[in-house]
Design a protein around this ligand. Structure first.
Ligand SMILES: CC(C)(COP(=O)(O)OP(=O)(O)OC[C@H]1O[C@@H](n2cnc3c(N)ncnc32)[C@H](O)[C@@H]1OP(=O)(O)O)[C@@H](O)C(=O)NCCC(=O)NCCS
Length: 149
């Protein structure tokens, strides 16, 4: 990492939830749903131990990412870095930790959903070597009465 040398990357624990949620809520590019509630994130971390990470500077959370797998493919969600800490390699370091952990879990391909209008994130993923897919259209089914699920 470049200027982020003093930034520590740690495994995300549910104790980080309030800080991470505050970061997610304070920036654009990420849509928060009931799937991002504390119990839902706790369940995600229980199902995917050691695969999600936070970045801290002097103990303060400045970035984070969720990652997990279903036994077949890996998925990253909600990669976020505080605006004042951007372009210092922090997101790249977070993603690298996820990819290493997923590789150790035997996962060979990883997906990320990016909002179609989030062009800066698309530039980040493309620059990191992720392939934009033109051959797939995602369909979603709402299996709940909660339209914010
Ligand atoms: C996208 C995001 C996570 C990138 O975080 P970051 O720590 O600034 O990323 P990095 O410093 O690791 O960037 C690595 C490279 O990605 C590219 N990149 C990063 N942000 C970019 C931007 N806004 N526009 C164009 N390219 C960008 C650059 O090539 C950069 O290298 P460089 O700084 O040497 O030019 C951050 O901008 C963010 O939190 N955005 C809001 C939330 C979001 O959209 N998350 C993604 C959801 S899919």
């Amino acid at each position: 990492m470049r200027e982020a040398d003093t930034v520590i990357i740690d495994v995300l624990s549910i104790a980080d939830y309030d800080s991470l949620r505050a970061l997610w809520a304070s920036i654009g590019g990420i849509v928060l749903r009931s799937a991002d509630s504390r119990p839902a994130v706790a369940r995600y971390l229980d199902r995917n131990p050691g695969l999600s990470f936070v970045a801290r500077r002097n103990g303060r959370l400045v970035g984070g990412v969720l990652s997990g797998h279903d036994g077949r493919r890996g998925y990253l969600h909600h990669l976020a870095v505080e605006p004042a800490e951007r372009r210092r390699g922090i997101a790249s370091a977070l993603v690298e930790r996820c990819l290493d952990a997923l590789e150790r879990a035997g996962i060979e391909k990883i997906h990320i959903d990016v909002l179609a209008n989030n062009t800066s994130a698309q530039q980040f993923w493309a620059r990191a070597g992720w392939q934009k897919r033109y051959d797939i259209v995602r369909f979603s089914f709402l299996n709940s009465a909660d339209t914010n699920a």
